[in-house]
Design a protein around this ligand. Structure first.
Ligand code: ZN
Ligand code: ZN
Length: 275
């Protein structure tokens, strides 16, 4: 279905528009063979809270960014290659409804659509793109995915020692293996998680133990007990420059179905003139 749009002028125009909405903060998005499949606003679970983000689904990548002024300008562009993505539907939970997890090797997070129909549409379109990509490349789906981080607000005390209270000085940290919120002493070990980074990453003591034990069973030692990465613990995308409205007023737009309608309308016109 997407193939039909590859060389269409409308597709090229749309991709150019997305590029211009990100301005100089974004990457060039127009590459041969790329198609903009759909777009819309989703609520993304971030470290601190849920935030509205503009998502663009292309046939090979998923792009999202923070929404600025009038919803037509975006920044903080993130590009996720779809080949490595796996989706996982989430059960509705309180006011967290119509959600699913986007899993990748380096980062996994939950997003929520406004309605269940939209959720189904998003998931179906993304899964179709992944399927097509894997079929074309002959590659296997990536099996190792990063843990979804537990939001800060869900842990007032360390999830490992269950004692340490978080304060301004006693900061929260996230285990890169299980996603738990832990205190510094409970996450003072580093371990190499090659799917996520070439540097050893912060892990909680529970994960460190199980990783080390698993490693001993399989081969030699390859663990790190000292902080060697100097990684920044915060991946939070703060939007200090505007107050966010946590509402959905832009629904998922599938460019393919719009195109289908247009083509259908055209052919109806043509038939009408022929007759
Ligand atoms: Zn602790
Ligand atoms: Zn852990």
């Amino acid at each position: 279905m997407v193939d039909r749009l590859v060389n269409s002028e409308a597709n090229a125009r749309r991709i150019q528009l997305v590029e211009s909405c990100f301005g100089s903060s974004g990457q060039p998005l127009a590459v041969p063979g790329r198609v903009l499949v759909g777009e819309g606003v989703l609520t993304k679970m971030c470290r601190k809270r849920a935030k509205a983000r503009q998502f663009f689904l292309f046939n090979d990548i998923l792009v999202y960014g923070n929404i600025l002024m009038n919803r037509k300008k975006y920044n903080k562009q993130h590009i996720i290659p779809l080949e490595a993505v796996k989706l996982e539907s989430l059960e509705d939970d309180g006011h967290f409804r119509n959600g699913w997890v986007i899993r990748t090797a380096t980062k996994s997070f939950a997003v929520y659509a406004a309605t269940s129909t939209e959720k189904q549409e998003w998931m179906a379109h993304i899964n179709k793109c992944i399927e097509d990509l894997l079929r074309k490349s002959g590659k296997k789906a990536v099996e190792e995915h990063a843990a979804v981080w537990v939001p800060d607000s869900e842990a007032s005390i360390c999830m490992h020692c269950k004692k340490s209270n978080f304060t301004v000085l006693n900061r929260r940290h996230h285990c890169r293996k299980c996603g738990a919120v832990v205190c510094n002493p409970c996450s003072n070990k580093r371990y190499l998680l090659p799917h996520q980074s070439s540097k050893p990453l912060r892990v909680c003591l529970t994960c460190y133990d199980s990783l080390t034990r698993a490693k001993v069973l399989t081969s030699g030692e390859n663990s790190f007990s000292k902080d060697s990465s100097g990684e920044d613990d915060s991946d939070d995308e703060d939007d200090t420059n505007r107050s966010q409205q946590e509402t959905h007023d832009e629904h998922f737009v599938s460019w393919d179905s719009e195109e289908e309608e247009r083509v259908a309308a055209q052919s109806r016109e043509q038939q009408a003139t022929v007759a």
